[in-house]
Design a protein around this ligand. Structure first.
Ligand SMILES: [Zn+2]
Length: 67
């Protein structure tokens, strides 16, 4: 297993842990339940409706929007 593969496995594992933690809290993993994500644009952060949950911030909406 190469270094890149090892890093990529570690990131996947970390992401899956994050998803299951958010599932327990019923929060969207993409925006952590806030309903929006900050998109860095030039020197300020612009709130942008989360595409994962369509702004609801709930885990079930995030899960339904996947496939
Ligand atoms: Zn979201």
């Amino acid at each position: 297993m190469g270094l890149f593969q090892a890093i990529s496995n570690w990131q996947t594992e970390r992401y899956q842990r994050h998803v299951s933690r958010m599932q327990a809290l019923d929060k969207c993993p993409d925006c952590r339940g806030r309903g929006f994500i900050n998109v860095l644009s030039f020197d300020y952060a612009m709130p942008y409706e989360c595409p994962g949950c369509n702004g609801s911030g709930s885990y079930s909406d995030w899960e339904n929007s996947r496939d």
